[in-house]
Design a binder for this molecule. Sequence first.
Ligand SMILES: [Fe+2]
Ligand SMILES: [Fe+2]
Length: 262
Amino acid sequence: MQTQKVIVFSDIHITAPAREGQADPERRLRAGLAHMQAVISDADLVVICGDLTHHGDEASYRRLKPVIDGLDLPVLLMLGNHDDRGAFCGVFTDAPVDGDGFVQRVVALGEWRLIALDTLTVRREGEEFTHAGELCARRLAWLDAQLSAAGDSPCIVAMHHPAHDTGFAAMDSIKLREGEAFYDLIARHGNVRHIIAGHIHRTISGTHRGVPFSIFKSSVGQMPLAFEGTDTAIECDEPPAFGIVLLRGDDVLVHTEDYVVG
Ligand SMILES: [Fe+2]
Ligand SMILES: [Fe+2]
């Protein structure tokens, strides 16, 4: 039985230059990728699940590009609330963009389909910026079409923002805003077997409305166990990690691997 192996990094928050007084996110990402390549020789796909940069500026994307170009693997880059769609597309000019300009795509992995969503909220004049996630009507319609096209193929959905509460009061205030519409949609199709997300900077798993999910750590700071905290930017110095999602027959097996930044 063929196994598809998907590596998941998230929340890499690259800056240019490095953030003063903090470990350089680019160095931390390179350490994680080096560890991944040392322990896994046959990955089929590397997904970086959003918050590619901290400030969404072109200089940070330019700093990230050679790291990605140096990998001899297919890499799927996704956007998060710290990203900027225009700056990203200006540097990653070959990034797949849907017909409405959102950074979304479908990857076939054997029988499986991995559907990567763009949950970055569009900045609209007169509206205050929010770190919460968004799946507007156009993005939900795109997802609807991809799930229809997948038919009986089992699907994994990857999205930066979780579409449900995670137990962290602060982060739950900036989850995906259209969570119920998203879950109504995937329930109608019935072919989503697992959801991959980031944003929280912590390893969390569970189910919501019967659909299993896995949320992965960041390559920079991690979320401390402070359920009632009110600070979304709070961090602790736990080891970073990446995820390994094995698609084997009908099974989804999810591992995480801590690594050391030297
Ligand atoms: Fe993040
Ligand atoms: Fe985020």
